[in-house]
Design a protein around this ligand. Structure first.
Ligand code: 0O2
Length: 203
């Protein structure tokens, strides 16, 4: 029985199946949470398969040849899913509920909320594997999950656009101001969270 993936069409099939599996798990958790707590912690979910060009670029950057086995082994974000939550506390709840499912294996966790990047970037990153059941084999497929609030997502999307324009070399004052914007966004998140807690306590 084969336990590998050996062409690009198969890579797409397998990774898009993994995205469907994780997407469904998240939707179920969101619905159940809404049923129990009377609000849905997930605002929306976006997913994507990394383009072949970006995969090749990443492999090249890390000194690997562009082969299918290298893609599968060294590129952890071929399948990427972004979960946009309402409040900071929801991020940890969603992550915890997902990784406690016994078919999910955690490969790595990066908490850029507790430890933001120098750019000001905040988000909770998880790399997990999920089993994908094919007709003749079961594959454990890696998925990168980025969990963040609406405010963190707003900052990351605009910062990405600005940085892209400067090809990663934005002038120092622009970088500084982007970090300041990230701080404003964090204040906003903290304020929204405390307002929500106050409202929940009143109910
Ligand atoms: P894309 O197009 O978003 O997929 P690795 O991915 O492991 O090689 P690294 O830096 O260890 O590299 O991974 P990390 O820190 O978990 O970040 C990966 C992804 O997080 C990035 O994907 C971005 O989506 C996002 N990200 C990280 N830092 C920043 C930042 O400063 N600003 C913004 N806007 N996004 C960030 P890719 O692969 O860069 O590209």
């Amino acid at each position: 029985m084969r336990d590998d993936v050996d062409n690009w069409a198969e890579v797409q099939l397998v990774y898009s199946s993994a995205l469907k599996e994780i997407g469904t798990k998240l939707e179920i958790l969101n619905d159940e949470f809404g049923h129990v707590h009377q609000y849905n912690p997930i605002e929306h979910i976006k997913s994507r398969i990394k383009s072949p060009e970006s995969i090749v670029k990443k492999l090249k950057k890390n000194g690997y040849e562009s082969t299918i086995p290298n893609m599968v082994k060294y590129v952890n974000d071929i399948a990427g899913i972004r979960v946009i939550c309402s409040f900071t506390s929801d991020i940890y709840r969603i992550a915890e509920m997902l990784i406690s499912q016994n078919d999910i294996k955690v490969v790595s966790v990066k908490d850029y909320i507790l430890n933001p990047k120098a750019s000001g970037y905040k988000s909770y990153h998880l790399i997990v594997t999920v089993p994908v059941f094919l007709s003749d084999r079961i594959l454990d497929v890696k998925v990168e999950i980025q969990i963040r609030t609406v405010a963190m997502d707003f900052w990351a999307s605009l910062e990405h656009k600005i940085h892209y324009k400067f090809e990663g070399n934005a002038p120092e004052h622009i970088r500084r101001e982007l970090v300041e914007c990230a701080m404003m966004v964090s204040d906003l998140d903290a304020k929204m969270l405390s307002l929500n807690e106050e409202i929940q306590a009143l109910k």
